[in-house]
Design a protein around this ligand. Sequence first.
Ligand SMILES: Nc1ncnc2c1ncn2[C@@H]1O[C@H](COP(=O)(O)OP(=O)(O)O)[C@@H](O)[C@H]1O
Ligand SMILES: [Mg+2]
Length: 368
Amino acid sequence: MIVSGPALSQTDTLLALDRVVKTFGRHRAVDGVSLEVRRGEFLTLLGPSGCGKTTILRMVAGFEHPDSGTIAIEGRPIQGVPPYRRPIGLVFQNLALFPHLTVGENIAFGLRVRRRPPDEIGRAVDEALALVELQGYGERRVHELSGGQRQRVALARALVIRPAVMLLDEPLGALDLKLRRQLQLELKQIQQRTGTTFIFVTHDQEEAITMSDRIAVMNGGRVEQIDTADRVYNRPATEFVATFVGDTNLLSGRVSGTAAGQATISVPALGRDVPAPAGELRAGQAARLSIRPENIRIADAASPWRMDAVVQDVVYAGAAHRYTVDAGEMRLLVSTPANPGTAPFLAGQRIALTWAAADVALLAAPGN
Ligand SMILES: Nc1ncnc2c1ncn2[C@@H]1O[C@H](COP(=O)(O)OP(=O)(O)O)[C@@H](O)[C@H]1O
Ligand SMILES: [Mg+2]
């Protein structure tokens, strides 16, 4: 059995990528990625199709090799270690179960290859079946299982060797939404119960937010931000992160002043100054802001500042009213809680908007 063994380093970094580059032909699929995966965490690589997620997993698994940069597990570079000697469990969309083997034989496979004694294999398979809630399914054939059950068997088969790291490449991608939501929860529970480090790949921001301890948001072969779900959503570092993860309003302007941790940004498209956190900003500097629709509020008499707007459109979306409004030359998205008994504002109505400086995210200038 491959186990992670006694602690070889004092840090809690289990897997580290350092400036990893991978080129296919003239295309840089992975363009200098550095990231550290902590022991026991659920880390998600989130990004659009083609941004390099699968290529990163394939390099960690040993199916592809970086052109430059290093990948280390427990502080030791794993270059040259063949895939089957790496302490890694794989659940890939295209890594099918063996159709001619039973469920139990599928799960036992990794232990048979490692020549574990039969009684140990039997116990481990039973444990793994229990872990994925498929007790009693050991004798079934793969074709007798539903899609969700097959993914659970794939998970059990990967976990049974007690890998140091599990790599999961869009494992729920082929399932319908309801089953997908259920398996998201189960997968997260299994990860927590076993304490296994998971690197999970998805292009679905909601899936990433519900499951992850941390999210690495990728774009064009690079990691744009690696942070908790909460910070990725509320403190996006770049325009790409702000727009890929949820809806937002982007404002461009110039700092007209700073005081007491707050900046005033003159936004030409709004024809006015608006508040934002000061961050590192200095007067005169260009600034790019992201403000979420739910952080823009309807102003009242107590609001420290207000901005006139005209409702263009309103959509009732369950718990919220989602407005499109015109303010200056901009079109903004605004979302307000739909309290029972409160009628929404209607198209053509004039309203006043406000927001708190602390609810605005300052974005890195493009190109940085
Ligand atoms: N074996 C390969 N040969 C050529 N190009 C590849 C190969 N694998 C991946 N690519 C390209 O590298 C980029 C990243 O691919 P991939 O890592 O699969 O992205 P993702 O998993 O994020 O969708 C894509 O442009 C893809 O077409
Ligand atoms: Mg992929």
